[in-house]
Design a protein around this ligand. Structure first.
Ligand code: MG
Length: 380
């Protein structure tokens, strides 16, 4: 029986993680649940999973918690940190979004919890710190991202020193076939219509700009200790091949599956064991074809910018990731257009002087600087 804490239990990954646990109640026990603002759904989850502790970061109204539940309820800014270090937890699922997950993840690692990480910005912002801490405390850092889960599986086919490259696949998002002139005027509704994956709003916008794939290059670089130059991206519109590893003898190993996040979530929870399928099985005979295309950098300028940030290294990826968070929030709030995202991102990058050897404090300062620069560029 593995005791699990979920940070971000009411979001897209959090709810799918609970669905996996629901199917394997004999293997996993929910010890703690933390959510941001959705108290109503959190209360429902408490009713079903009976955790020891639950917490809501922003409690605007009293929670309709079940009367016959004797667990503890917390609210306020320390909820994520408290849940991340909960005594008795074997694993912490980090399903938060953006910079929010950074401190709680590092705290969970320091208290010896295995980590299943969906919050890719944590690795983008402070990958060196997270990996070093995980090594120091001998904890597992398991990716929930479908591409990285695929790479983890493909890496079992050979020796690390024989790996030539990692090939991350990308669906290309909703604008893959749009006229280039129309893309800058896309609305949040257009960008939220992802062709293959059902995900939260921030990551769906990042998929439309393909900044998401840039974040994943940096994530893979840290998780699998491979130089950025050896991590390639291919557009694969069907999203069936979740990623590949190429070995020095020319063999390419791929992992295939349906587009259901419960598969990588479940593998992160049970790794290295495999449990019965959480999703519909893949029916290859139903697929007419699998295509692979080189990404067009003119169509996806944010991918190029993310790659530049990855090459620069130091605090640049953290800076760019936070700038992007601000821009995506503004786009979703109809305050800037879709075309402004890459433009303002490029302008912001010119204003940051990256610091090479960073500490957590440096990253926090970079976070504040990035938000100020982004807001300044948006005119407020
Ligand atoms: Mg992904």
């Amino acid at each position: 029986m593995k005791s699990i804490v979920i940070l971000g239990s009411t979001g897209s990954i959090g709810t799918q993680c609970l669905d996996v646990i629901r199917q394997h109640k004999d293997r996993f026990r929910v010890l703690g649940l933390a959510a941001g603002t959705n108290g109503r759904l959190l209360a429902k989850q408490v009713e079903e999973f009976r955790p020891q502790v639950c917490g809501l970061v922003e409690a605007k109204e009293p929670l309709p918690l079940p009367a016959n539940w004797d667990g503890g309820f917390l609210s306020g800014p320390d909820v994520l940190s408290t849940l991340a270090t909960l005594p008795g937890a074997d694993m912490v699922v980090v399903a938060t979004v953006g910079a929010t997950g950074l401190d709680p993840t590092l705290q969970a690692i320091a208290s010896g919890k295995d980590i299943a990480i969906a919050n890719k910005e944590v690795l983008v912002m402070a990958g060196e710190l997270a990996i070093a801490e995980a090594r120091k405390h001998a904890v597992r850092l398991l990716p929930i991202d479908s591409e990285h889960s695929a790479v983890l599986q493909c890496l079992t086919a050979g020796r690390r020193e024989d790996v030539q490259s990692i090939i991350l696949t990308a669906s290309g998002g909703p604008f893959r076939r749009w006229d280039m002139e129309r893309i800058p005027y896309a609305t949040p509704e257009d960008a939220l219509a992802h062709p293959t994956w059902d995900m939260g709003p921030k990551i769906t916008i990042d998929s439309a700009t393909m900044f998401n794939k840039g974040l994943e290059i940096i994530e893979a670089h840290h998780l699998f200790d491979l130089p950025v130059e050896r991590i390639r991206v291919l557009i694969h519109p069907q999203s069936i091949v979740h990623s590949m590893v190429e070995y020095c003898d020319g063999s390419v190993i791929a992992q295939l599956g349906t587009t259901d996040m419960r598969t990588p979530i479940q593998l992160a929870l049970s790794y290295p064991e495999r449990l019965s399928a959480p999703a519909e099985p893949l029916d290859l005979a139903q697929l007419a074809e699998l295509e692979f295309l080189e990404p067009d950098m003119e169509r996806y300028p944010c991918l190029e910018l993310a790659r530049d940030a990855a090459h620069t290294g130091g605090t640049m990826p953290a800076f760019l990731s936070v700038v992007n968070e601000e821009l995506v929030a503004a786009f979703l709030g109809h305050r800037i257009g879709f075309g402004a995202i890459p433009d303002l991102m490029a302008q912001a990058m010119e204003r940051h002087t990256p610091i090479r050897d960073y500490s957590l404090q440096t990253i926090h300062e970079t976070d504040r600087e990035a938000r100020m620069v982004a807001r300044g560029l948006m005119g407020g």
